[in-house]
Write a protein that binds this ligand. Structure first.
Ligand code: FES
Length: 278
């Protein structure tokens, strides 16, 4: 169990895909749900939303960005290596429904990996789905082909104009909100991106779902670490989410809480890199 059966580096090695043997999770998981992985007994617990599942093969796919010590450690795992344990599926699945209008799925960075099964499920439910994906530059863009297949129309944006639309995903979203009959937006990516998407869709009064990524520990609603404020109420992203009504989310508080251990995370990553290169 938990053996890596396929490993692929993306976005110049800053993003890694692992397809992992986890038959019980693959059988039960639905789009929008996540797992928590540990590499070794004293390892940090890392929550990651599944990018894909294959119940027949008994595998789940995760895609993570190398941002600190634990993800750098995960990157050293090769095909045939195993994670110590994986728990899941956790969280509530996405509420996939047939919408009376267009569905726009907006993804940024590795958020595109999370968005992919959700986009596909909205299409399979009979919706007309328009996807917008973005990255800082062409080389950092992921899953373009998969997102093309999962949607009816795909718009690609890069901040530096090296590929597709020169600018932000929000530029394209604004155009679509003015020209199409958009009834639902799903936005997954960096917190500032989700916040700006929500500011725009609020003006147009279009329902918007976001998937939040607060710091988590147990992932089962007991530690309170993942608390977020939604509509003025405290919610636990691991059991009440990870998806919420974006117009109700306090993004500024989420940003602040995500930065709580920034200094310690930096020190730990530096120490790890020093040891790795020693
Ligand atoms: S991670 Fe502990 S309550 Fe959500």
């Amino acid at each position: 169990m938990f053996e890596i059966v396929k490993r692929q580096e993306m976005a110049q090695g800053s993003v890694v895909l692992n397809e992992i043997n986890a038959p019980l999770i693959a059988k039960k998981a639905k789009p929008g749900q996540f797992v928590i992985l540990r590499g070794h007994e004293k390892g940090e617990r890392i929550p990651l939303t599944m990018a894909d599942t294959d119940p027949e093969k008994g595998t789940i796919t995760i895609i993570y960005q190398v941002v600190g010590k634990t993800t750098a450690l995960f990157k050293t795992l090769k095909e045939g290596d195993r994670y110590l344990d994986i728990i899941g599926p956790l969280g509530k699945p996405t509420d996939i429904e047939k919408v009376d209008g267009d569905v726009v799925c907006v993804g940024g960075g590795t958020g595109v990996a999370v968005l992919h099964p959700i986009t596909r499920a909205f299409k399979q439910a009979g919706n007309h789905v328009i996807a917008i994906i973005g990255a800082r530059t062409k080389d950092l863009l992921i899953l373009e082909d998969k997102m093309k297949a999962a949607s009816h129309e795909l718009h690609v944006c890069t901040d530096d104009g090296s590929y597709g639309h020169h600018g932000f995903v929000t530029d394209v979203l604004k155009e679509l909100l003015n020209s199409k009959n958009v009834k639902l937006v799903v936005a997954i990516g960096p917190v500032p991106m989700m916040k700006f998407v929500c500011n725009i869709t609020k003006e147009h009064n279009v329902k918007t779902l976001v998937s939040l990524n607060p710091i988590m520990v147990d992932g089962t609603g007991m530690c309170g670490c993942c608390r977020v404020t939604v509509g003025g109420k405290t919610k636990f992203a691991c059991v009440d989410g990870p998806e919420f009504d974006g117009h109700q989310v306090d993004f500024d508080e989420l940003t602040q809480r995500l930065r709580s251990y920034l200094e310690q995370e930096k020190q730990s990553y530096e120490l790890f890199k020093t040891k790795l290169n020693a």
